[in-house]
Design a protein around this ligand. Structure first.
Ligand code: MEV
Length: 438
């Protein structure tokens, strides 16, 4: 069968589904029924979702959970999390509860600067380019005046534009490296529009710069785009308490716990294989809140992992220490987030999540997201250095196994009762189900 098609995007949704079903499924009607089962019965709502992207055929569900009791800088929040992994929300809620009685989370915004670049080729005398750039700098600002007006009124705008010589990396390669403040918007469209105007100004002004030879006037812009690496858009989240206050049911000896915890973080600081998994746990919390609040989790992921490698080796995003009897655990991460624009006012559930968070500013959301990351990391390290991760993880995963085997209510109760006192593993649960069904 020919599995290619021209003009697919022009087909109606119904036609697209039929084409997919007939080309890839032995029972097309079943595939169609399943896809349609996930359509929203509210046609307007469905159309809104259809139009987010091209070629929408249905919706793809991910649970939206909430982790309550997060005490952050003296104020309580309930954090919405969109995630499929069984144990993440439970772990966040557990950490929130633990730290709420130990002073809560403290957060600080370190900076909020974003970056964009115009990458271009210039063949000629570098000093002349520098003179040209210095002379044209005000024009870059004036020619983006209309684009930046609203942002300036909100207290943001273009912070600075620099010329960067990158010819040691690639012959004739230079950059306009610009920094921006985008207040409550993530700012991608704003930054990219400004950059495209800079590129235009750069090319036009070069044509009229008398000191350039005719070759030098032909600046070739390769591309203009924001950077998702935002090491100066930084937030810090921290927890601390006297070591003895760490004591609780699973932490009978807080001194030993604190030592082992700090050691676990130290391992992630120096050992990349561990650092990746350690940071993955942090991203469990971060991505879930970023997604629930309609932000771009790919941008956040890319930027954070680059930051984790800033010293030349991939390392832990979080750090821990014991000093004068105090246990301290913190992380610093770059986060470019928005609470206006983009999906924030379009996606009804994103709007709801932001309302649940009491309509945070972008800076407030950065703090909430950083806390979710730290809480997640605390929960993971606490399990790893005490009971091991599988105990809690499998408890949460048990439902998935039961659903996979379509157990009835009676079986479910019996299985849950049995595994209260037995170690849960996929094979143990399967054997037990088989036993029950004999
Ligand atoms: C699982 O999603 C995340 C963990 O592996 C994180 C970690 O190892 O720190 C538990």
């Amino acid at each position: 069968m020919n599995n290619t098609i021209a003009g697919f995007s022009k087909l109606s949704k119904e036609e697209k589904i039929h084409w997919i079903a007939n080309h890839y499924f032995s029972t097309p009607t079943e595939a169609i029924d399943l896809l349609k089962k996930y359509w929203n019965s509210d046609a307007t709502l469905q159309q809104l979702h259809d139009e987010f992207i091209e070629n929408t055929i249905t919706n793809f569900y991910i649970p939206l959970g909430v982790a309550p009791n997060f005490l952050i800088n003296g104020k309580y929040s309930t954090i919405p999390m969109a995630i499929e992994e069984s144990s993440v929300v439970a772990a966040a809620a557990k950490s929130a509860k633990f730290w709420a009685t130990r002073g809560g989370f403290k957060t600080t915004i370190i900076n909020t600067e974003k970056i964009g670049q115009v990458h271009f080729l210039y063949t000629g005398d570098k000093d002349k380019l520098t003179v040209f750039f210095n002379q044209t700098k005000t024009t870059f600002f004036s020619e983006t005046d209309a684009l930046t007006k609203n942002m300036r009124q909100r207290g943001g705008g273009i912070l600075n534009i620099e010329l960067k010589d990158k010819t040691e990396l690639i012959p004739n390669y230079y950059q306009l490296h610009a920094t921006f403040e985008t207040k409550d918007s993530m700012g991608a469209n704003f930054i990219n529009s400004c950059l495209e105007q800079f590129a235009k100004t750069l090319k036009e002004q070069a044509q009229t710069f008398d000191a350039f030879t005719s070759d030098e006037k032909e600046i070739e812009v390769i591309m203009s785009i924001l950077s998702n690496y935002v090491p100066n858009c930084l937030v810090r989240a921290e927890v601390s308490c006297p070591i003895e206050d760490l004591a609780e049911k699973h932490i009978p000896d807080p001194e030993v716990f604190a030592q082992r915890f700090v050691q676990a973080v130290r391992i992630a600081e120096v050992e990349p294989y561990r650092a990746v998994t350690h940071n993955k746990g942090i991203m469990n919390g971060i991505d879930a809140v970023v997604l629930a609040t309609g932000n771009d989790f790919r941008a956040v992921e890319a930027g954070i992992h680059a930051f984790a490698s800033k010293n030349g080796q991939y390392s832990s995003l979080s750090h821990a220490e014991i000093e004068n009897g105090q246990f301290k655990f913190w992380l610093e991460i770059p986060l470019a987030l928005g609470t206006v624009g983009g999906l924030t006012s379009l996606h009804p559930l994103v709007k709801l999540c932001l309302e649940m968070l009491e309509k945070p500013s972008a800076q407030e959301l950065m703090q909430l997201v950083a806390v979710a990351g730290l809480a997640q990391n605390f929960a993971a390290l606490r399990s790893l250095t005490t009971t091991g991760i599988q105990e809690g993880h499998m408890k949460m995963h048990l439902n998935n196994i039961l659903n996979q085997f379509m157990v009835n209510e009676e079986e479910r109760l019996a299985i849950k009762k049995h595994f209260k006192n037995h170690t849960i593993s996929h094979s143990a649960v399967v054997s037990y189900i088989e036993e029950l069904r004999k």
